[in-house]
Write a protein that binds this ligand. Structure first.
Ligand SMILES: *Cc1c(COP(=O)(O)O)cnc(C)c1O
Length: 394
């Protein structure tokens, strides 16, 4: 698709046509090139590609593969970014980003609840390389400026966050980071670009797990980094030499998924809103976390920066850990499984899964109580989902 940046088409059009080109056989979309290497007419032609003087394909691990590049071009249009990198997983996106932006002696400020793998990377692996992180709790969000040090390179956060769906003000935190000379990196996995474009609000880099809403069918593992070209140029060598590229067949599958991204996510938003309202009115539910509820303490910030409130809902069941597990076990349609963002609805009890290994004191600081249940709302008929919750809660 030819695009004039002054007149970009709408998001659904970009999801379908962005980055795509008809191939020599007439296929309407970019084909799957599983090939590892590409041939040249001459040494001069090869050198022109290696030295960046001519566009071309070279070697798939470098990302110089037509399928990878087409999906990166589509995602750049979707994210409103100068460039993107396709990665083998969400954690590959995060680790390459932090390694590309930080070096020994540098410091990171991490705000609010983050994915377990992110926490482990910052708390356990990066310190071995001389990169240390200060963790601020969600209710310490106003203290970002004070937490910045002369060596702080990155302020990192998720919004909405896991599992309490807390919403952080991207523009406010990005402004504080920028004033202190740090870059802002946002994990946009829970929102997806349909609901939120962090770059628009001043973030410098967006990382996300394509395993979740972008893939959307629980059948691919991948990640994406979106940023301006100068930052991508610092991160790309890490992808190349840590060998973190997404496989071309996964990229092909991701492109197939992205063509339906807007319809999937918008329906997941609508289903989640109805389920959050149903749960709010239920006698066995003590609390519902969903930024789309007018009663949510973060509804105003969410309404400012999000185009939709997402497919993730969490709630506190009126029961102890064992009673809550029994309630989750009674669900028939909603599957008990970690992960999220797929067409099928899933439930997890964080104290038995994602936060099982966290000390009780740390859990309670984060509001991760025994009765907390996280739902990833899929595309089933919402009446069937509500009926399933109704019988499990009864
Ligand atoms: C799943 C997830 C990740 C990690 O993604 P993988 O594809 O499993 O590596 C990172 N951040 C968030 C918010 C996630 O939900």
């Amino acid at each position: 698709m030819k695009t004039d940046p002054a007149a970009l088409p709408g998001l659904s059009t970009l999801c379908i046509h962005g980055g795509e080109a008809r191939d020599a056989q007439g296929a309407l979309t970019v084909p799957l090139y599983n090939h590892t290497t590409f041939g040249f007419e001459s040494t001069q032609a090869l050198l022109d590609v290696i030295n960046g003087r001519a566009p071309g394909n070279l070697y798939t691990r470098y990302g110089m593969n037509p399928t990878i590049r087409a999906v990166e071009a589509k995602l750049a249009l979707i994210e409103g970014a100068e460039a993107t990198l396709l990665m083998g997983s969400g954690m590959a996106a995060e680790s390459a980003t932090l390694l590309g932006l930080c070096q020994a002696g540098d410091h990171i400020v991490c705000v609010g609840d983050v994915y377990g793998g992110t926490y482990a990377l910052m708390a356990e692996q990066l310190p071995r390389l001389g990169i240390n992180t200060t963790f601020l709790m969600g209710d310490e969000r106003a203290r970002v400026a004070q937490a910045l040090q002369a060596n702080t390179r990155v302020v990192y956060f998720e919004t909405p966050s896991n599992p309490n769906l807390d919403v952080l003000d991207i523009a406010a935190i990005a402004a504080a980071a920028k004033a202190g000379g740090a870059l802002t990196v946002v994990d946009n996995t829970f929102a997806s670009p349909v609901n939120q474009l962090p770059l628009q609000w001043g973030a410098d880099v967006v990382v996300q797990s394509a395993t979740k809403f972008l893939g959307g069918h629980s059948d691919l593992t991948g990640g994406v980094i979106a940023a301006r070209q100068a930052l991508i140029d610092r991160i790309a060598p890490w992808r190349k030499n840590l060998g973190q590229i997404m496989a071309p067949d996964v990229a092909f599958l991701l492109a197939r998924s992205l063509r339906t991204l807007t319809v999937r996510v918008r329906q997941q938003n609508a289903n989640a809103q109805q389920i959050a309202e149903f749960l709010s009115a239920h006698a066995k539910v003590l609390k519902v976390n969903y930024p789309g509820l007018a009663s949510s303490p973060t509804h105003a910030i969410a309404a400012k920066q999000m185009r939709g409130f997402g497919g993730m809902v969490s709630f506190v069941f009126d029961g102890d850990a064992v009673q809550t597990s029994a309630m989750v076990d009674r669900l028939r349609l909603i599957a008990l499984a970690p992960s999220l963002g797929g067409v099928e609805s899933l439930a997890t009890q964080p104290v038995t899964t994602t936060h099982h290994d966290m000390a009780v004191k740390e859990r309670l600081k984060r509001g991760i109580v025994d009765g907390l249940v996280r739902l990833s709302i899929g595309l089933e008929d919402v009446d069937d989902l509500i009926a399933d919750l109704q019988q499990a809660l009864a």
